[in-house]
Write a protein that binds this ligand. Sequence first.
Ligand code: SF4
Length: 281
Amino acid sequence: MIKVEIDPHSGFCPGVIRAISSAEDYLCSHERLYSLGDIVHNGSELERLGALGLVPLDEDDLEEMSSAAGETVLIRAHGQPPRVYERLRDLGFNIIDCTCPVVLNIQKSIAAADAQVLIFGKKGHPEVLGLLGQNPRAVVFESLEELQTLLPGLEEAPEVFSQTTMSPVDYASACSMIRDARPRAVLHETICAQVRSRHSQLQEFARSHDVVVFVAGRNSSNGRVLSGICRQANIRTVHVKDETEIDPAFFRADDTVGVCGATSTPRWLLEKVAAHIENLQ
Ligand code: SF4
């Protein structure tokens, strides 16, 4: 008989919980709240919030608007660059700023940096765009290979940061390469503590089950990193967005199945996936 266990440490991170709670609170007494970009990288949770009145907007929508007086927009946990705040204020939006305090601190440090700024992160990721927008001297690299090509052009004492959800192991390797090339580089520890502790917990969880079902939206950067960690620890790891992607052929009789997810995966979805697997028997 298959035994299913949900990872006790999986579920939303504090930054996402704060943004969702703010949206829910506002929508208790208002019909509509705009969100600039998806408040969470999870389609099922977006559907639930959409039913409450959360309306996603993107930057192209802002360009097409002439006025939003009286409307309210939520800035999600990833944050935004200063130019976006200016555009929102010009349009007349009220702003509920849910930039995660961890991200906000990094933004402030980058804005204050009086040196070349290197950011280890995914190009085009919203958090990275928000960080890049803080300082015109900031550049992003997303792999050690790319960093290698940047090393010859580095200043003597660049300041180095990472997107909060990057792999701590990869960031440590990047910092070591930069320190070897530029001993005066200032290396900032900016991987989210929540994400850092998740890596070792998740490895342990993945090793202690026969099969791992990792639940996260495909557009979750954190989801890709964490599902990769599960797969390294346990080759029988499958990444699904929800219970509809579960293939009964994944499982053998008597398997122990661990269900876990990213910082953007709601607890209720993990429970739904776990119940679906239990009902396959
Ligand atoms: S992963 Fe960490 S830094 Fe990012 S939103 Fe969540 S709590 Fe904030």
